[in-house]
Design a protein around this ligand. Structure first.
Ligand code: ADP
Ligand code: NI
Length: 217
């Protein structure tokens, strides 16, 4: 199978698998991440094929939906790529990207060792901030029955992945526990630049949110 056919077969497989998701991990999240990852890969000189494949498969079986098991995603991607005769080194690289991609808490380093991994991670994180990030955070919160905000339940900065995984706080806390921290963890120059404006948008949003909450706006 040539690269182009593999990419379209993979897109169709992912679209089918994630259809009906209402937690912010739907096909259109994947499509935005794929487009931004390729944009970053062009700008940074990364391998486009590996970047696009990893972007397409990055949420195929997220730990958040598999009892916290972060090995299901890479294993599912590996089975798909092997089944389609993809070269072993490409499969390994793509699966390593998927395995290392996720945010794991404020105190946990998740820097990516390859340029392609940095492009996919930055693209995934761009989709977690800005207008898109706000929509996704509340979609996720609603999906998992979380409160919007609770002034009696302050945010926590998690030191370990285990602590981050087990949290169940209100959605506004997630802004402080993850979203506002992403700007400084972007790993490509283009990703850092794009994150600036989206970050400002989050800050303005929170300012207005609290002004309204406190009957000041
Ligand atoms: P990651 O792999 O870094 O977790 P994903 O692509 O799986 O990234 O998307 C994670 C997105 O899911 C977050 O950016 C956020 O929008 C949403 N999310 C995850 N946890 C929460 C939470 N506790 N509250 C609100 N949104 C959340
Ligand atoms: Ni994602």
């Amino acid at each position: 199978m040539n690269s182009e056919s593999l990419l379209s077969a993979t897109a169709a497989y992912v679209r089918q698998t994630l259809s009906g998701d209402s937690s912010g991990h739907d096909w259109w999240h994947i499509d935005r991440v794929r487009r931004n990852a390729c944009r970053l890969a062009h700008a940074e000189g990364a391998d486009i094929f590996v970047t696009e494949l990893a972007a397409l498969l990055h949420d195929i079986a997220d730990w958040k939906f598999h009892d916290g098991d972060e090995t299901v995603g890479p294993r599912t991607a590996k089975a798909w790529l092997e089944q389609h005769g993809v070269a072993a080194e490409v499969t390994e690289h793509v699966c390593a990207i998927i395995a290392g991609l996720s945010y794991k808490g404020a105190g946990v380093n998740t820097d990516m060792p390859t340029l392609e991994g940095r492009c996919v991670q930055d693209a995934d994180r761009l989709d977690a901030i800005g207008a898109m990030g706000i929509a996704r955070a509340f979609a996720f919160g609603g999906h998992f029955g979380r409160a919007i905000y609770d002034p009696e339940h302050p945010p926590e900065l998690h030191a370990t992945f285990a602590a981050y995984k087990s949290k169940g706080g209100p959605t506004i806390n997630h802004f402080y526990e993850k979203l506002l921290l992403l700007k400084d963890r972007m790993q490509t120059p283009t990703g850092k630049r794009l994150a600036e404006e989206r970050h400002r948008f989050l800050e303005n949003y929170l300012q207005q949110f609290f002004a309204e909450w406190n009957a000041e706006a």
